[in-house]
Ligand binder design. Structure first.
Ligand code: GLN
Length: 292
């Protein structure tokens, strides 16, 4: 942390509120806006702005902020008070131990999806060739590429903006040479004989359209394309299981609460016979593993 007290009058004019004063006002602001962990988030946003740790913030309440620091912190608090997701404001989110870049062009990686990654890692060979359908930030693709150093990943998304985030994450974690981004609609354009995958994975949009309006404000500011799974939330699974059958002998997908039976049926009808359901930490059947 820089010095806490102005040394000359020149500083005095530039240094305005203290950390304590500014935090107190921001916490009230966030609380009034309905942000649950207002204190924690205000501390973390200030730490982000000052490029220090939350502990530094807590232990130096008397530290004065420059006009510039103040204005950038207040901008962040304004955005958060408008319920912009925290991860979009700071620009990253931890996933599977990796700090991933996130922008409003991608869904913010969720902890449940780490379970999908674990199930993938448990089942693939060292030289696995994997497709990640609807890669978004590239969370699954990059986590697998980092964990399996000889794997090759095809990270597919319809959104070019999402693919550039996925690509940036692959570069950031040193796996860009093994994560190939591909713009496309699910597995369209990939043909048997041309390529065969050891596994196809996906965390597709699975929220029923009518439920979108009931989601938290923060979630509603994530890309609709990554959330809306059509009338019953299952549109993508219907296409994906059919397309994937010709390209792999193993598919692993994430699902929403209460969808496992319907999705297992869809997989079954598409020709997938051996189906396993894996629960998340809340006991919800979250991941489906299928083989023909
Ligand atoms: N898990 C996300 C949520 O419930 C939804 C992501 C998705 O549709 N795949 O907010």
């Amino acid at each position: 942390m820089p010095p806490t007290r102005p040394k000359s009058s020149k500083w005095k004019t530039e240094l305005i509120n203290s950390v304590a004063e500014e935090l107190a006002a921001s916490i009230v602001r966030l609380r009034d806006a309905g942000v649950e962990s207002a204190q924690l988030e205000a501390q973390l946003l200030l730490a982000h702005g000052l490029q220090c740790s939350r502990l530094d913030i807590i232990t130096h309440p008397e530290r004065l902020l420059s006009a510039e620091e103040l204005s950038s912190f207040r901008d962040m608090i304004d955005r958060r008070a408008q319920r912009c997701p925290f991860a979009y404001i700071i620009g990253h989110r931890k996933f599977f131990g990796l700090q991933l870049i996130v922008t409003p062009a991608v869904l913010i990686p969720r902890p449940e999806t780490e379970i999908l990654v674990e199930e993938v890692l448990r089942r693939i060979p060292d030289h696995a060739i994997m497709a990640d359908v609807g890669t978004g930030s590239g969370a699954i693709a990059v986590a697998v590429a980092v964990s399996v150093p000889k794997s090759e990943i095809c990270a597919i998304d319809l959104s070019e903006e999402a693919l550039s985030v996925a690509c940036a994450n692959a570069v950031k974690h040193g796996v860009a040479n093994r994560v190939n981004t591909l713009q496309g609609d699910l597995l369209e354009g990939l043909f048997p004989g041309q390529i065969r995958f050891d596994v196809i994975v996906s965390n597709p949009p699975y929220i029923p359209t009518r439920d979108i309006d009931t989601l938290e404000i923060e979630v509603r500011s994530e890309p609709l394309q990554a959330l809306d799974g059509g009338e019953d939330g299952l549109d993508i699974y219907r296409k994906l299981f059919v397309q994937a059958l010709n390209l792999t002998d193993l598919i692993i997908v994430e699902m929403g609460t209460g969808q496992s039976m319907a999705i297992a049926r869809i997989a079954n009808e598409a020709g997938w016979g051996a189906i396993e359901l894996i629960r998340d930490l809340a006991g919800i059947e979250r991941v489906l593993v299928a083989r023909p």
